[in-house]
Design a binder for this molecule. Structure first.
Ligand code: AVI
Length: 311
């Protein structure tokens, strides 16, 4: 963390911090609160999709597939799918998550379900997925869940690279259920990342508070403000932290100077056009089997099937 933070803050031009560091104990609770905000429709939309279409999704899956989820979250949305799967046959579920706290929360949420055997995997996504893939029986298929539009937090070329890496680990016929937030009117997108209660602002500012706590830095949090803006070139909402004045901060012994108004770029959330998901899927070796969208909030869950070499 120290090296990445210093590299991002001392970079020429736009300063940046990696969004993966949002999720310490405080940040994870703030994110959980964000998912309940009326302005942030994304999580509820996906829950509606999975609740309404769980059976339809399940009948399209390879029979007897084991399930791996990249980023378990709270497990709340996944319950609907696991319930539908377990009605057909006992199912092994492997949440893959780097945070032991998140894994424990997921195991609590899903652990008591009949006919579901939960095995938490405390690894980075791709390493964890390799480990799970190695555990399958001969001929057994795998269903990978990558929900919540986490893919949207990757820059577009990285998102494509990631899908290709996932495909490489899978066998032809394996499935990937991918959740992606879709483009919608600008005011709706902006409000989702700049809510009037200030929960998202606190989530963003907590990154500086975390750096203070863990890297003995001396950011004066009151001298930074949250900003959400739309980048039309990349179709993404960017979150920034804007310095309210000219100031110098010490982070792990390194001095970092800010001009008044200068920002640190902390996150991008890419928003997709519906056809774009199919394009990305094809370019990474998947076929698009089906797509479900929500009526209230433009969000899509797309079922992708790993294509064979000659498909
Ligand atoms: C986790 N990720 C999909 C969220 C998003 O919408 O990009 C993180 C988030 N950032 C601000 N609000 C929520």
């Amino acid at each position: 963390m120290r090296d990445e933070v210093i590299a991002g803050l001392t970079k020429e031009g736009q300063k940046e911090l990696p969004s993966k560091y949002f999720y310490d104990a405080v940040g994870s609770h703030l994110y959980e609160a964000i998912t309940q905000l009326p302005e942030y429709g994304l999580t509820r939309a996906e829950e509606r999709i999975l609740r309404t279409h769980a059976r339809e999704i399940v009948v399209r899956l390879p029979a007897g597939a084991m399930v791996a989820e990249l980023g378990s979250g709270s497990g709340r949305k996944t319950r609907w799918l696991l319930e539908a799967l377990s009605r057909r046959r006992p199912t092994a579920y492997y949440p893959i998550e780097i945070s032991p706290r998140a894994l424990a929360m997921c195991e609590r949420e899903v652990g008591g379900m009949d006919s579901i055997n939960v095995v938490g995997v405390e690894r980075e996504y791709l390493d964890g997925l390799r480990e799970v893939a190695a555990r399958r029986r001969a001929g057994q298929h795998l269903l990978v869940l990558f929900l919540g539009s986490t893919l949207g937090n990757f820059e577009r070329p990285m998102a494509l690279r990631f899908l290709k890496d996932v495909r490489q680990i899978l066998a032809p016929g394996d499935a990937l259920l991918l959740g992606t937030d879709l483009l919608k009117p600008l005011p709706t997108m902006l409000l989702a990342y700049d809510d009037p209660l200030g929960v998202t602002a606190a989530f963003n500012l907590n990154l500086l508070a975390r750096i203070n706590r863990e890297l003995s830095a001396n950011f004066d949090i009151s001298q930074f403000e949250h900003e959400a803006r739309f980048n039309a070139e990349t179709s993404s909402i960017e979150m920034h932290l804007r310095s309210r004045c000219a100031q110098t901060v010490t982070v792990a012994g390194v001095e970092v100077s800010f001009a008044a108004g200068e920002t640190i770029w902390t996150e991008s959330s890419h928003k997709y056009a519906p056809g774009e998901i199919e394009e990305m899927a094809l370019a990474s070796g998947f076929g698009c089997e089906a797509q479900w969208t929500d009526d209230e909030w433009a969000f899509a869950d797309t079922l992708l099937i790993a294509l064979g070499e000659n498909s």
